[in-house]
Design a protein around this ligand. Structure first.
Ligand SMILES: *Cc1c(COP(=O)(O)O)cnc(C)c1O
Length: 396
C-alpha cells in the first residue's frame, strides 16, 4: 500500500510529536477526505475546527488562486486592501474596534496577554501583571500560551513556566472572586472549552466575570480560537451570552484552512499596541486575508449562522436518541456544531472503530468525543455520521 511506504519515510524524518492515525490523506471534497489508497472518510473533525467550508469550496479556492497570482506576500511595512477588508469585517462581526493579525491560535493568545499586560501597566499599576486562566483550558503551545493552559499534562518537563499566570476552576465565580486582586491584569477563558472536553460557560458565570472585570479594571480575554468563526451558531460564541470581552482571540476556522490568527480589541485596550510593541512577519498577509474575506462573507451571513444553529440542534437530537439506546453516552454538551459526548468508557477505541468505519472523529480528553464538522455539513451527512457512530459504540 502506498500509505505504508509514506508513513515509514515520515517516521524516519519527522520529529515524533504526534501519535498520528495510520492514514495518509491525498485530497478532499466537501466534508469528505480520501487517502492515498483510495478510501474515503466522512470528516467530523475538519482539521479540528479549521476547514469550516470543507475541503474544496469554490469561492475559497478561487480567492486563494487569484491572490496567489497577484501578490502572495507583502510586509507589514506597507498596506494592502485584503487586510483592511478583513479587519473591517472582523470589527463589524465582533462589535469590537481594532484588529491585530498573526498566524495561529497560540500567537493570538500571546498577543492578547502582551496587550493586556501593557494596558494594565498604564491603566492600573506596574504590579498589575497577573493573568488568571482556567483549569482544563487550552491556549496553545508557545511558552505563555502553554503556561496559561490549565492542563498539567501539556506542561511536563517545560518548567520554569512563565511567571504570574495562575489558574482557577472554570464556571466558579467564587473561586475567581477570591483569586482577583490589585495585581490582576487579565482574565483569560474560552467561552466554550474545547480541548478540555467541550464545556460551555454558564451564562450567569460569564456575565458575572464581565461585571467583575468592569469593577476592577481587568482586561477580559476570550479565547475563541476553537469556538469562534461561526462554530456555535453565532459568529463568536460570546454573542449568545449578551456580553463582550475586551479582547477576543481567533484562529483555526478564520481562513478556512490557510494559517491565520488574530485578536480584536476594544478601542480602550487596542490603543496600547503602539508602533513597535508587537509584530508578525506573516501576520495580515494578502494570501491569508484574501481567504479570510471569503470565510467572513460566507460564515458572517446571519442566514448561514442560523443554519449552523439548526444543524447543531439536529446533531444534538441525533446524539440524544443514540444516548437513549444504550448506556455508553453519559452526557451531551456543546453549542451549535461544537458538540461533545462524554462516555462511560475510554474514547480512543471508539474513535478508532469510527475511523475504520469511515468517520473521522477526535477526542477531547480521555472520555469525550468531539464533533466539529465543516460548517457546511448537511443533514444527510449528520445522519451518516450518527449511523457510523452507533455502529462503532460498544454493544453492552
Ligand atoms: C487550537 C487552540 C489553540 C491553539 O491554536 P494553534 O493554532 O494550534 O496555536 C488555542 N486556543 C484554543 C481554544 C484552541 O482550540
Amino acid at each position: 500500500m502506498k500509505s505504508q511506504h509514506i508513513m515509514e519515510r515520515g517516521n524516519a524524518v519527522m520529529m515524533p510529536t504526534y501519535a498520528r492515525f495510520p492514514i495518509v490523506f491525498d485530497h478532499g471534497k466537501g466534508c469528505e477526505l480520501t487517502d492515498v489508497d483510495g478510501k474515503t472518510y466522512l470528516d467530523f473533525t475538519a482539521g479540528i475546527a479549521v476547514n469550516c467550508l470543507g475541503y474544496d469550496h469554490p469561492a475559497l479556492t478561487a480567492a486563494i488562486d487569484q491572490q496567489a497570482r497577484e501578490m502572495l506576500h507583502v510586509s507589514n511595512l506597507y498596506w494592502h486592501e485584503p487586510m483592511v477588508d478583513a479587519a473591517e469585517k472582523l470589527t463589524r462581526l465582533s462589535g469590537l474596534d481594532q484588529v491585530f493579525m498573526c498566524n495561529s491560535g497560540a500567537e493570538a493568545n500571546e498577543a492578547a496577554m502582551k496587550l493586556a499586560r501593557i494596558y494594565a501597566k498604564h491603566e492600573k499599576s506596574k504590579d498589575a501583571v497577573e493573568i488568571i486562566a482556567m483549569d482544563h483550558s487550552f491556549h496553545g503551545r508557545t511558552y505563555a500560551a502553554i503556561t496559561a493552559t490549565g492542563q498539567p499534562k501539556y506542561q511536563k518537563d517545560l518548567d520554569p513556566l512563565m511567571p504570574a499566570i495562575r489558574h482557577v476552576p472554570f464556571n466558579d465565580i467564587d473561586a475567581l472572586n477570591r483569586a482577583v486582586s490589585s495585581r490582576t491584569a487579565a482574565i483569560l477563558l474560552e467561552p466554550v472549552q474545547g480541548e478540555g472536553g467541550i464545556h460551555p460557560a454558564d451564562p450567569d458565570y460569564l456575565k458575572a466575570v464581565r461585571t467583575l472585570c468592569d469593577d476592577q479594571n481587568i482586561v477580559l480575554i476570550f479565547d475563541e480560537v476553537q469556538c469562534g468563526i461561526g462554530r456555535t451558531g453565532t459568529f463568536f460564541a460570546y454573542q449568545q451570552y449578551g456580553i463582550k470581552p475586551d479582547i477576543v482571540c481567533f484562529a483555526k476556522g478564520i481562513a478556512g484552512g490557510v494559517p491565520m490568527g488574530g485578536i480584536i480589541g476594544s478601542a480602550r485596550v487596542s490603543q496600547y499596541f503602539t508602533p513597535g510593541t508587537h509584530a508578525s512577519t506573516f501576520g495580515a498577509g494578502p494570501l491569508a486575508t484574501a481567504a479570510a474575506n471569503v470565510v467572513l462573507d460566507i460564515v458572517g451571513d446571519p442566514a448561514f449562522l442560523d443554519e449552523v444553529k439548526r444543524k447543531g440542534d439536529y446533531l444534538t437530537e441525533g446524539l440524544r436518541s443514540l444516548q437513549a439506546k444504550g448506556d455508553v453516552i453519559m452526557d451531551i454538551r456543546g453549542l451549535g456544531l461544537m458538540q461533545g459526548i462524554e462516555l462511560s468508557c475510554e474514547a480512543g477505541p471508539i474513535v478508532n472503530r469510527a475511523i475504520e468505519n469511515g468517520l473521522l472523529l477526535v477526542g477531547a480528553g480521555s472520555h469525550v468525543i468531539r464533533f466539529v464538522p465543516p460548517l457546511i455539513v448537511s443533514e444527510t451527512e449528520i445522519d451518516r455520521a450518527l449511523a457510523i457512530l452507533e455502529k462503532s459504540l460498544p454493544t453492552a
